[in-house]
Design a protein around this ligand. Structure first.
Ligand code: AMP
Length: 401
């Protein structure tokens, strides 16, 4: 019997999890955070079949600036994704839009297309795009650059962990589009290097994550400094009272577009990996990582020190790994993420904060080596696998108490 079956966890695609009733290990309580019953870490994937969506538009139907249309073609986008299909026209009409959509659904172009069209055709327009994490802000800026090629748009990327010099130089060029994270944008306002008074378009991306991360006051401050007459876009994976409360205060007439089709976690087989002590835990991880079905993995640890320790341990065992946590420089985080994205490294060790908003295709396995603090963190972690309709696996290490 292969060793993984003996251990009783179900990451092998050849074996259906739940082929026998799962016997959840008893877990000792985590030192910090919420107690989560390990039974909640076991679930067979139940992929939602993307309903056959017939888009109303082709990109060619949108009446946008020729330079923008050329960039869209250059990107290879022909058919709009559902969120793009339903949002771009509203955006072009100048409406405030709330998009309920997960990452990976094409939401970046859903707001960038109407915004860039406006920037290309109206010299007085200025846009601010706020994202919860540095990585997401960088991804948006990259998409912004390719879509506005040849249009003479100046951009600035204002994120923490990067030096101020180049950001100040970009701001002096009077950019018409600024992308950034709430903390650094606020710093620039306080230092008077950024005046939002003439910014008349705003995007809040991943509003729910922004609120989870405690940015509510920063976000309200930013919004209050923008031009009072403005167009707003809000994107969020979930719409709860906090999110709708924030939005209602600023954009009571916003039109809501929802394209959520079940949870990403419905595409993820979830199971536990029992362990009894530290040595045995590392051994189980080693066994898992050498399994050929584990093609691209993100391994979560709870703390920065935990990430560093595991990075050392796995390197010591001959694994090529990348690592990300909030204490690493922005340059180091970017290099690690790029290597992981390109597939130069197939194992990424990260804390929750560093992993938020990461859009990396084809992650086969999410491994919760360190317990998540809350069930919500858990769902967010496992959403890194099983994207774009693919089945993913989430394995949570649970101490047998
Ligand atoms: P996003 O949700 O904006 O992060 O986009 C997810 C991925 O889908 C990115 O790699 C985009 O380049 C890609 N994408 C977005 N819109 C389209 C489209 N209409 N056709 C093909 N790919 C797209």
């Amino acid at each position: 019997m292969p060793s993984n079956q003996r251990r009783g966890y179900a990451y092998k695609s050849s074996r259906t999890p739940y082929s026998r009733p799962p016997r959840a290990p008893r877990a000792s309580k985590p030192k910090h955070g919420q107690y989560i019953d390990p039974v909640r870490f076991i679930k067979i994937a139940n992929p939602v079949k993307a309903e056959d969506y017939t888009p109303k538009h082709k990109f060619a139907d949108f009446n946008v600036d020729t330079r923008l249309m050329n960039s869209i073609k250059f990107k290879g986008y022909e058919t709009p994704t559902p969120i793009q299909d339903q949002t771009i026209e509203l955006g072009l009409e100048g409406k405030d839009v709330i998009g309920i959509a997960n990452t990976g659904t094409g939401k970046t172009a859903a707001f960038l297309v109407p915004i860039l069209h406006r920037l290309m055709t109206d010299r007085s327009a200025k846009a601010l795009i706020v994202a919860p994490t540095r990585e997401l802000a960088q991804q948006i800026e990259m998409e912004r650059r390719t879509l506005s090629k040849g249009a003479g748009a100046y951009g600035a990327l204002l994120i923490g962990g990067s030096s101020y010099g180049p950001q100040l130089a970009d701001l002096r060029r009077n950019p018409n589009i600024v992308v950034g994270t709430p903390g650094r944008i606020k710093d620039h306002i306080e230092q008077r290097s950024l005046d939002l008074g003439r910014f008349n378009i705003v995007v809040l991306d991943e509003v729910d994550r922004m609120l989870d991360m405690g940015f509510v006051n920063d976000v309200k401050t930013l919004l209050s400094k923008l031009a009072p007459q403005r167009q707003s876009f809000y994107f969020s994976a979930t719409m709860d009272n906090r999110v709708s409360g924030l939005i209602a205060g600023f954009s009571p007439d916003a039109v809501t577009v929802s394209v959520r089709q079940g949870d990403t976690s419905d595409n993820v087989h979830q199971d536990v990996v029992p362990y009894t002590d530290k040595a045995n835990k590392l051994e189980a991880l080693h066994t898992l990582l050498i399994d050929p079905v584990v093609t691209k993995t993100i391994v979560f640890e709870s703390t920065q020190r935990g990430v560093e320790r595991l990075e050392r341990d796995l390197r010591g065992r001959g694994f090529d790994v990348a690592a990300m946590h909030g204490g690493k420089t922005q340059g180091a985080r970017k290099r690690a993420l790029d290597a992981f994205k390109k597939g130069d490294v197939t194992i990424m060790i990260a804390t929750d904060v560093a992993a938020r908003g990461i859009d990396v295709a084809d992650i086969s396995h999410v491994v919760n080596y360190g317990m998540p603090q809350t069930y919500e963190d858990y769902t967010h972690r496992i959403g890194r696998a099983g994207r774009a309709g693919k089945i993913g696996y989430a394995l949570t290490f649970v101490e047998q108490g």
